[in-house]
Design a binder for this molecule. Structure first.
Ligand code: 5AD
Length: 348
């Protein structure tokens, strides 16, 4: 199969075969990768123009009941510094975000048992009461059907839950007993069924992830058809079992972003903080590979530093919601601009 046949398969209405994904992930030379990236960029430009959506990220809690081996917030990590925001603090963040022009708030946190479904539903109701026209996205892990229903009824519009790995054996290498790929996938199915614009995704270059495992992820995403896809390199986190592992590469993360853009022309794909942390100009490189969303950090100073899912997380540059001018300048330099629209997902 030639390069152009593989690429053509990405825009067909039928499933992309395993061997096509494998070839695209492992056999392209530098020239072909560059060509793919520029095609992905053109697809994003066709669908979204030169606008890049911004979402204000509020990290509501660094407590987590889980023990995911890669994540700095894992419960056994004694080095992790913990905090949880109060409802009033979250509302203050939203006021600040609204004043800056944001139209989406993303509430992200560890699976903090104190921030129950009821507590969170109350916060969401409060945000939607004050800002009915703005979108609320939640990224607060695995919950029950009842919890997801309650949060949707409170007004949450979108939900981010990365599947992390669609390969059973890798999933169990990344997560302790008690967490299962089956449950993760069931949560994602539920979220879609309940009407959330649903996001998934995975890290690139997690320990034990090779081409086969990435192929499994792409096959899964092809079936799930997510509205949003979060892709970022793995970066080791201090105090975790993976603290001495090698990080993922920006090249691989960018290739996967381009492939996903080709396959899902209308998807909302962020240029992630992990990418910006791993390499200088990571934000711009992600956009140039076909991403169309940036999520500036709105977590209050004093707390954002403690939300260390991985080492050296970038929060002070254009990743900060207070530095939108800086982000705008970065985007302008590569021919893009901030789009403050809600940017809801439209099925294509
Ligand atoms: N490196 C990169 N990304 C990470 N995440 C968690 N830990 C790390 C890490 N060490 C990602 C996970 C999670 C998202 C919120 O952050 O994919 O879903």
């Amino acid at each position: 199969m030639s390069f152009s046949e593989c690429v053509a398969a990405l825009s067909r209405d039928e499933f992309v075969p395993e061997k096509t994904w494998r070839l695209l992930l492992s056999s392209l030379d530098g020239e072909q990768r560059r060509e793919l990236m520029s095609m992905a960029r053109a697809v994003a430009m066709e669908n979204f123009g030169d606008g890049v959506y911004v979402r204000a990220l509020i990290e509501i809690s660094s407590y987590c009941r889980n023990g995911c081996y890669y994540c700095g917030l894992r419960s056994p990590n004694k080095e992790a510094r913990r905090y949880r925001l109060t409802k009033e603090q979250v509302m203050d963040c939203c006021d600040r975000g609204a004043a800056l022009g944001f139209n989406t708030f993303v509430l992200q946190g560890g699976e903090d048992v104190v921030q129950s479904d009821e507590w969170l539903a109350d916060v969401v109701r409060c945000i939607k009461g004050k800002y009915p026209e703005k979108a609320v996205t939640l990224s607060v892990g695995e919950r029950s059907r009842r919890g997801y229903e309650m949060l949707r009824d409170a007004g949450a519009d979108r939900y981010l839950l990365r599947h992390e790995s669609a390969c059973e054996s890798l999933y169990s290498r990344l997560h302790p007993d008690g967490m299962s790929l089956d449950n993760r996938m069931e949560c994602l199915r539920l979220l879609k069924e309940l009407g959330y614009q649903t996001g998934s995704g995975m890290m690139i270059g997690a320990p034990g992830q090779g081409i086969d495992e990435l192929v499994a992820d792409l096959l899964y995403l092809d079936r799930l058809k997510p509205a949003m896809i979060g892709i970022g390199p793995f970066i080791p986190a201090a105090g975790t079992p993976f603290e001495n592992e090698a990080p993922g590469t920006a090249d691989m993360a960018l290739l996967v972003i381009s492939l996903l853009r080709m396959r899902f022309p209308g998807a909302l794909i962020p240029s992630t903080t992990a990418l910006a942390t791993l390499c200088e100009n990571g934000t711009e490189l992600g956009i140039l590979a076909g991403a169309n969303v940036v999520m500036p950090n709105l977590t209050p100073a004093g707390y954002a530093e403690k939300y260390t899912i991985y080492n050296n997380k970038k929060i002070h540059d254009s990743e900060s919601a207070g530095q939108l001018e800086l982000l705008e300048r970065k985007l302008n330099r590569i021919g893009y601009r901030i789009d403050f629209g809600r940017g809801d997902y439209k099925e294509m």
